[in-house]
Design a protein around this ligand. Structure first.
Ligand SMILES: [Zn+2]
Ligand SMILES: [Zn+2]
Length: 466
């Protein structure tokens, strides 16, 4: 597999996306760069998927199996940072690629190119879809795509994410629902005519207090977070006529999440009753939990083992060491994901190297991690699995200036190319052995237990900037 012949153009493309960080559903430049590149390389492209504006599918090949590669390209606010500088050094930009999605999308394109070459050279029947999935950080891009049947014809979905450790991901993630509670009261003079006023801010506060009492009676894996998005104004001598709070509830699956959502709504309804205000509930977004697929995890594991990890030069180690110093000095066993085998050896390696030089082996797990991803919705409609590939110095976590600063380094590019290689190798195995696909589908159907996917986002809600 001659992946390196694409190195220069893929690196250049990822750098351009890094230089144009954009928010979810507004990745206009990044999406256009991706699409133009894919067209130049012989893919047919359909854009504005599921009314997302920037979502696209680039396809090559014909017939089944259809393998989809889930790409992303959105950035994060507050993370503008100069490249290659190992200290906090804002570059004046509003956003930065602190989650490595500039690598993520282009790594998938790399896998798409290698798979295209393979289909062409071997005459194998099958299709590869490079998917541009917008608004992962906030916006639920893939959930809209799953809700609107974009994956209906897909047999298998493969994904990767830039990371600090190489591994095949396992386990589940949380379902979540995000919504606004907007209260409408009556303004009045807070001293002269308080009996005439009905405080919307009181309703927000009583809702928050009620929810804080609810916490004792939730499952320990449930989560509820809130932010007051409108406190009703700056004048304490005016009874606040309008106020709003934004809530995010999470649970281990959609059924439980909807129940928790209803319990929070009941508290808000109670607060409206107590304060004689009107309540409006505005749905914002929702994500499904992730259904793991052990059969696909095994395919990715074999592909990763065959591909191995990148080799680094002494200069690259030196570069990573400078960033390693900016994060906590030593790892402990608690820093190793609980699903990992050989924790002691991994701990030793993590404390002696500035970059991950091994593939961490995971035990298969159904345990739900705290946090949510829109890959969850895809995993409800098609067997899906994900790898993590080291693109940054060990230690630094995602959404940090350290990740933005290292985003154009050769270490990041090597990780991106490795991801492309592993995903492509896994795809070859799946095209060549229909049994692997059947096994993944049987497991997928078993996990659904007769349940049908019901997106948490109602049909009337359109993709929107958050
Ligand atoms: Zn992120
Ligand atoms: Zn991410």
């Amino acid at each position: 597999m001659d992946i390196n012949r694409y190195y220069d153009e893929l690196k250049q493309l990822a750098d351009k996306v890094w230089e144009n960080p954009e928010p979810g559903f507004r990745e206009f430049v990044s999406s256009r760069l991706h699409q133009d590149f894919l067209k130049e390389h012989g893919f047919s492209v359909v854009d504005d998927l599921a009314d997302t504006g920037t979502g696209y599918i680039a396809s090559y090949g014909h017939g089944h199996p259809v393998i989809a590669l889930l790409g992303e390209f959105d950035a994060l606010y507050g993370l503008g940072q100069k490249a290659d500088v190992a200290e906090y050094a804002p570059d004046g930009k509003e956003m930065g690629h602190g989650c490595g999605h500039h690598l993520l999308g282009v790594g998938n394109i790399g896998a798409g190119l290698i798979i295209k070459d393979y289909l062409e050279e071997t005459g194998t029947e099958g299709t590869v879809l490079v998917m541009g999935c917008p608004a992962e950080e906030s916006g639920s891009g893939k959930a809209y795509m799953a809700r609107d049947h974009v994956f209906d014809n897909v047999d298998i979905a493969l994904a990767w994410h830039p990371a600090t450790i190489n591994m095949v991901r396992t386990g589940s993630s949380q379902s979540c629902i995000q919504f606004y509670l907007r209260f409408q009261g009556v303004a009045s003079h807070a001293a002269g005519a308080p009996e005439q006023g009905r405080s919307a801010l009181d309703a927000v506060e009583l809702t928050d207090i009620g929810v804080n009492y609810l916490r004792e009676h939730m499952e320990s894996s449930d989560r509820v977070h809130y932010a007051i998005t409108n406190s009703g104004g700056l004048s304490p001598n005016v009874v606040q006529a309008e106020a709003e709070v934004k809530y995010l509830v999470r649970s281990t699956n959609n059924r439980k999440c909807k129940k928790l959502y209803e319990r929070v709504l009941n508290i808000a309804r109670g607060a409206a009753l107590m304060t004689e205000t009107e309540l409006e509930i505005i749905f914002d977004e929702g994500l499904s939990n992730t259904l793991p697929n052990f059969a696909l995890e095994d395919v990715l594991k074999d592909a990763f083992r065959e591909s191995g990890v990148p080799e680094y030069t002494e200069d690259e180690y030196e570069y990573a060491r400078a960033f390693r110093k900016t994060w906590k000095s030593d790892f402990t066993i608690d820093d190793i994901p609980s699903t990992m085998k050989d924790k002691k050896e991994i701990l030793e390696a993590m404390n002696s190297h500035p970059i991950c030089t091994f593939i961490g082996e995971n035990e298969h797990s159904e345990v739900c991690r705290m946090g949510s991803t829109d890959v969850g919705d895809v995993s409800w409609v098609v067997p899906t699995a994900t790898i993590s590939v080291a693109c940054y110095s060990l230690g630094a976590e995602g959404h940090s200036w350290q990740w933005v600063a290292q985003g154009k380094s050769s270490i990041a590019a090597k990780g991106m190319m490795k991801a492309a290689e592993v995903l492509a190798r896994a795809a070859f195995k799946l095209y060549e052995d229909q049994d692997l696909i059947e096994k993944a589908k049987a497991e997928f159907n078993g996990r659904l237990e007769g349940e049908k996917y019901e997106c948490l986002i109602p049909h009337g809600v359109k993709p929107h900037v958050i």
